[in-house]
Design a protein around this ligand. Structure first.
Ligand code: NAD
Ligand code: TDX
Length: 332
């Protein structure tokens, strides 16, 4: 058995990572460390509660982290404040969890000589022009735009320094937008799906011209396992499906799939500093580690995601009004 500590395992990607690992790699014994912030939810792990150990706690708690890392062979670090709009309202928790939390984990990993994988975002590179074919690569310069991406960039830098200065056995991955089940209704796709399901209009920031690269969370998580199995220590891997689409085009597909007129959406106040386009060149991951996304049609991935939200209102409906009230403060 390999003892695996997953930080942030009650969040969107983390919970899917736990489910995926239990299904595909039964040799792992999993412990989840999660502070259960507004974004963490025990219900995300309800189906596997008997198969894992769950510890409610903070990655900034040095003593707790030290004990849990000592008891693990391997740490996959996902815990973070993850929403750009929240970081524009109040950056403090982002600096604390994303920077300090990663530092606390790295020090524990260094003390106990454990393998570490750091989950990050391509937002650390800033953005790309809308009308170009350019993509981020592992060598792209760091140029974060938001408090969120600045703290993720800082955490990546800490990991790289701990590899070089202290010989910590770490790998890093940077992905753009993930989608799939258990994603918080504050994020773009679940927000629009649950807007339609509750009789609200989908909300596009600005004119919806911004482009994102959408990777299904299962494909993301399989990439993480390949990096754990075959990745080079100190190496960074970009993860990306190649499925790029403008926000407006996504909203139109969602409306169409949900049987609504495709122009039934609202254009609202744009996000300050809004990154234009994300796209990753994932050829290193594909050629060296043999990764291929299984979910290649964004339209069918979106259809399955709509079905999941439609079939699981118990998971999101009681929190939907609070999400929308929080958005009212930014102007929608
Ligand atoms: P999420 O907000 O859904 O989940 C984050 C989890 O971390 C929550 O369960 C929360 O309770 C926990 N957490 C936050 N602060 C903590 C702390 N101080 N101590 C312990 N637990 C804490 O986020 P997500 O979308 O699942 O993202 C997971 C990771 O992947 C993050 O590091 C994020 O930067 C990265 N990432 C996300 C995406 C995406 O599209 N969602 C893309 C690329 C990278
Ligand atoms: O209501 C909305 N309307 C809208 O047009 C919301 C919530 C978002 N948007 C736009 C903003 C972005 O261009 O949709 C796009 C996606 O927005 P988010 O879901 O907030 O994601 P993004 O800001 O792109 O960041 C996401 O991908 C990278 C994750 O939240 C990050 O954690 C990850 O690092």
């Amino acid at each position: 058995m390999t003892r695996l500590l997953v930080t942030g395992g009650a969040g969107f990607i983390g919970a899917n990572f736990v489910h995926h690992t239990l299904t595909t790699r039964p040799e792992f014994e999993i412990c989840v460390l999660d502070a259960l912030t507004y974004a963490g939810n025990r219900d995300n792990l309800k189906a596997v509660a008997g198969d894992i150990r769950f510890v409610e706690g903070d990655i900034c708690d040095t003593e707790l982290v030290d004990r849990l890392v000592a008891d693990a062979d391997l740490v996959v670090h996902l815990a973070a404040e993850s929403h750009v709009d929240n970081s524009l309202r109040d950056p403090g928790p982002f600096v604390r969890s994303n920077v300090m939390g990663t530092y606390v984990l790295l020090e524990a990993v260094r003390r106990h000589d454990r393998r570490f994988h750091h989950i990050s975002t391509d937002e650390v590179f800033g953005d790309l022009p809308l009308d170009s074919e350019e993509k981020f690569t592992e060598a792209s310069p760091y140029n974060p735009s938001s408090p969120y991406s600045a703290t993720k960039a800082s955490s990546d830098m800490l990991v790289r320094a701990w590899v070089r200065s202290f010989g910590v056995a770490a790998t890093l991955s940077n992905c753009a937008n993930n989608y799939g089940p258990y994603q918080h209704a504050e994020k773009f796709i679940p927000r629009q799906v649950t807007n339609v399901l509750t009789g609200r209009l989908p909300k596009l920031y600005g004119t919806g011209r911004n482009v994102r690269e959408w990777t299904h969370v299962e494909d993301h998580n399989e990439a993480v396992h390949l990096i754990l199995e075959k990745g080079g220590i100190g190496e960074t891997y970009l993860i990306g499906s190649g499925c790029e689409m403008s926000n407006k085009a996504i909203v139109k597909i969602l409306l169409d799939l949900m049987g609504k007129p495709v122009d039934r959406y609202e254009e609202i106040l744009d996000r300050p500093g809004h990154d234009l386009r994300y796209a990753n060149d994932s050829s290193k991951l594909r050629t060296r580690l043999g990764w291929q996304p299984r979910h290649r049609s964004l339209r069918s991935g979106l259809a399955a995601t709509i079905d999941w939200y439609r079939e699981n209102p118990w998971w999101w409906a009681s929190r939907k009004d609070a999400v929308e009230s929080a958005y009212d403060a930014r102007g929608g």
